[in-house]
Design a protein around this ligand. Structure first.
Ligand code: CUA
Length: 335
């Protein structure tokens, strides 16, 4: 064996376990379709593994045939045998495997959107999600009417969540990989999805259709909590803002923020951007782009376009740093 070849083999032997670990680590996490926490996502993951195995079988068969064929000297195979090999190895076997996979996928399809064919039982929660460039308007039904928030979905574990989905600008796609498959959000059309989180946790949803320059920065958080906790959180969300006076609110109203954003319980009633009534209690800002801390809030207020190119919000870096700090602190206090 040449020294180069043996060195390559040693390197491969050393890095392979690391590569496999990294690949396996990619299978779990809040945004993984391979670590399902809901029934629909389970079916998707199942289909993925079956398809992967089917594809691997075809690939191995083709490689094995290529190696087998490479072992023959020219013209040692009769023309008839060669043609039979091509017919069976190249056409019949792959066609059979692909047909079996297709049949399996079609058979699985009713399970991919299990809820549409099941009796719509009472219970669970209902809501409406609008995808906008580049954030998510969330309006959940509550006992006192719909309650608006943004970029965060809080759902009760083990209960149905019926969502209607639409978009006012371009086509987006709603995807929570750990809970269900994706569904487009199309201007002028209302689509529906029913989810059910079967285990508590924090998951990540994303936009799965290219919608503009900040498409990749358009995500949201899904918090699946026990039903009692969900009821408490929904009640808290429905309450007016925790801070309804002070210097922060004065700046918010005076500097024009209220033209686009609403804070329930105050004079701020803008409907263009995200509702900020309880923005301080959200884990992230800017549609899951930045952590919700003072530094990030200040950074976003100063120059949102540097964080999310193409965002509609104008920058406020003309304000003195003290005012930016006050505004950011006020937003953080809106728990
Ligand atoms: Cu919205 Cu991509």
């Amino acid at each position: 064996m040449t020294p180069l070849l043996s060195a390559t083999q040693t390197a491969a032997r050393r890095t392979l376990p690391l590569a496999l670990c990294l690949a396996a680590a990619g299978c779990s996490g809040p945004q993984s379709a391979l670590d399902p926490a809901g029934r629909e996502a389970e079916t998707v993951a199942h289909l993925f593994f079956v398809m992967t195995i089917g594809g691997a079988v075809i690939w191995l068969a083709v490689i094995a045939l290529a190696v087998y064929a490479g072992g023959f000297k020219q013209r040692t195979l009769s023309e008839e045998t060669g043609q039979r090999l091509i017919l069976w190895g190249g056409a019949v076997v792959p066609t059979l495997i692909l047909a079996a996979l297709l049949a399996y996928a079609l058979w699985l399809m009713p399970d991919l959107r299990p809820w549409t064919r099941e009796a719509m039982a009472e219970g669970g929660v209902k809501g409406h999600v609008t995808a906008e460039q580049y954030w998510w308007r969330v309006r959940m039904e509550g006992p006192g009417g719909p309650v608006e928030s943004a970029n965060e979905l809080i759902v009760p574990v083990g209960q149905r969540v019926d969502l209607t989905l639409t978009s006012p600008d371009v086509i987006h796609s709603f995807w929570i990989p750990a809970l269900a498959g994706k569904i487009d959000m199309i201007p002028g059309r209302t689509n529906r999805i029913t989810l059910r989180a079967d285990r508590p946790g924090v998951y990540r949803g994303v936009c799965a259709e290219f919608c503009g320059e900040s498409h990749a920065l358009m995500a949201f958080t899904v918090r699946a909590v026990p039903p009692q906790e969900h009821a408490a959180l929904a009640a808290a969300e429905a309450r007016p803002a925790a801070v309804t006076s002070g210097e922060g609110l004065r700046l918010f109203l005076e500097k024009g923020c209220a033209a686009c954003h609403a804070i329930r319980g105050t004079e701020a009633r803008g409907g263009v951007g995200p509702d900020l009534t309880h923005v301080g209690s959200r884990p992230t800002i800017a549609a899951a782009t930045l952590p919700n801390d003072q530094a990030s809030r200040e950074r976003f207020l100063r120059n949102p376009d540097a964080v999310k190119p193409g965002v509609r919000m104008p920058g406020y870096d003309m304000l003195p740093p003290a005012e930016i700090e006050t505004l950011a602190r006020f937003l953080g206090d809106l728990k």
